[in-house]
Design a protein. Sequence first.
Length: 146
Amino acid sequence: MSDKSKELSASIRLINNRLNFEGSVDGNIPVSIDYTPPLGDNLGYTSLELLLLSISSCLGTSLLTFLRKMGKSIVNFKIDSHGIRRADHPTAFSKINLKIEIHSPDVTDLDMKKIIQLSEETYCPVYAMVKGNVDIETTFEVIRTE
C-alpha cells in the first residue's frame, strides 16, 4: 500500500483537436486545462494559473493548520496571488506576489509573521519547489473582527 503523502499520480488527456486537456489526480474532480488563443481556446486554466493556485493553496493550508493548532479563530481567509512573467521564452514567472487577508478576533501580526516564515521555510512543498527560481513576496493584512 502506498503512502499518498509520498506519492501522487496525475493524468491529462486531450479533449479537443487543439490544446484543451482534462486533468485529474487520484480520482479527484477533473479540471480543464487549456491555452490562450490562437493556440488554444481558453476553455480552462493555463498551467501557470494552476501554479498560482497551487502555491496559494499550499501556503494557505499550512497557515490555517498552524493557526488552528494555536487555538486561533478564523472568520475569513483569502490569498490573492499575482504572477509577473518574463518577456523572453520560457515565459516563466519572474516574480510572484502573495497577499494574505485574514479576518480574526485573535490573530496578531506577530502570529502571522512567525507562521508565514515557518510555512515558507519548512512546511509548504510548492513554495519550496518554486523559491530560488522565482522571487516570491508574501504580504498580509489582519482584519480584526469581534
